[in-house]
Design a protein around this ligand. Structure first.
Ligand code: ASP
Length: 362
């Protein structure tokens, strides 16, 4: 039996202003608290987006043509998989010509993973793709949904000399604009839910929005745009801790079809020097498994070879993730394993910056 229900619902948002706005933005609602309200039983359910202007009155005075596409079955972002990333990327790709920018409404739990994945899939699109969400549903009196949405729209439509101010994938939350593939969720019960330790903040919203222009990606000719949406999910994250058992590590690395591992190490990329530990990793690498070294610290930077405890990792062929986040690392590994034809190419690209997700030492 085929599922005939439409995947998306589309709402044209009527503007109060009769004059034709200069900018067109597509809002995509994937799910999450931002677009929800309590029903009569107290359960959080998605709002009817045709009433968004009543919910967020400032939308009436923004000089922007707005369209909303909502996933027909919005998802809590804890249920996001590769297929949601692919759906989202396809919506943006197919609507690229009609819109100047995109605002993606997404649950906060996995927003940084999705923003990273989209930055790799739509590398070179050169348009603002601003992810935002909320800690309190849009129906709550003190909700952060309204300011987060309105400012994200302002940022997505901001231009200088007819060129977008922020031609990249970002997360906007609690008055800060951050490069999406540099973010991580750090708090579940405060409005400042996201962190970005290893890269400067791209803009701050106060009385005005102040852009940190030198940190924002430069606009380049969109002819370089290359749409890729394949991922390989034969990957795992292994976080080390004191007394990790050899048998457990061996078991994980012996998982059938395993192709890549993000190894979460201590400090600047350090790990035990015990023979069995290095042997386990080396045997896996010899079987063709790629091991990507990422620090457990939120602002950690891997420097393989700085200490003896990381020197051996380098010697056996573990790939350094430098200052990449866990969220960007696992999505990048999945993306490269899905799109590159050789493991050598994957390894080369893991240490390079695909779209600003890590710092490449000069
Ligand atoms: N669990 C929710 C989600 O990530 C939380 C939120 O919406 O922020 O979808």
């Amino acid at each position: 039996m085929t599922d005939k229900s439409p995947k998306y619902r589309i709402y044209e948002v009527n503007k109060a202003s009769k004059k034709r706005a200069k900018t067109s933005i597509l809002i995509i609602y994937t799910g999450g608290t931002i677009g929800m309200e309590h029903d009569s039983t107290g359960t959080l359910v998605p709002i009817n987006f045709s009433q968004i202007v009543q919910r967020v009155p400032p939308l009436k005075i923004l000089d922007i043509n707005l369209t909303i596409i909502s996933f027909s079955s919005p998802i809590d972002s804890s249920n996001v998989t590769v297929s949601a990333w692919q759906d989202l990327a396809l919506i943006i790709h197919e609507n690229n010509v009609q819109y100047d920018g995109f605002v993606v409404l997404h649950g906060t739990d996995t927003m940084s993973f999705t923003a990273s994945a989209i930055s790799f899939m739509l590398n070179g699109l050169n348009k603002p793709i601003i992810f935002t969400g909320a800690q309190l549903p849009i129906s709550a009196i003190r909700s952060d949904a309204r300011p987060n949405l309105v400012t994200s729209l302002e940022i997505a439509s901001a231009k200088k000399d007819d060129i977008p101010m922020v031609p990249e994938v970002c997360v906007y939350f609690d008055y800060q604009l951050m490069r999406g593939n540099r973010t991580f969720k750090k708090r579940s019960s405060q409005f400042a839910a996201f962190g970005c330790e290893n890269y400067p903040i791209l803009a701050k919203a106060g009385i005005t929005i102040t852009y940190n222009e030198s940190a924002i990606m430069k606009y380049v000719n969109p002819e370089k745009f290359n749409f890729n949406n394949q991922f390989c999910t034969d990957v795992i994250i292994i976080k080390i801790f004191p007394s990790l058992k050899e048998s457990y590590l061996r078991h994980m690395l012996a998982t059938p079809n395993l192709q890549g591992v993000v190894l979460e190490t201590y400090g600047s990329g350090n790990a035990p020097t015990e023979g069995w530990f290095l042997d386990c990793l080396k045997e896996a690498i010899d079987r063709g498994i790629i091991i990507y070294n990422v620090s457990q610290l939120v602002g950690g930077i891997v420097m393989q070879g700085r200490y003896e405890t990381s020197k051996y990792l380098k010697e056996i062929g573990v790939v350094s993730g430098n200052d990449i986040t866990r969220e960007a690392a696992i999505t990048k590994l999945m993306f490269l394993l899905g799109t590159e034809s050789s493991h050598e190419a994957v390894k080369q690209k893991l240490i390079a910056s695909l779209n600003g997700e890590l710092t490449v030492s000069k």
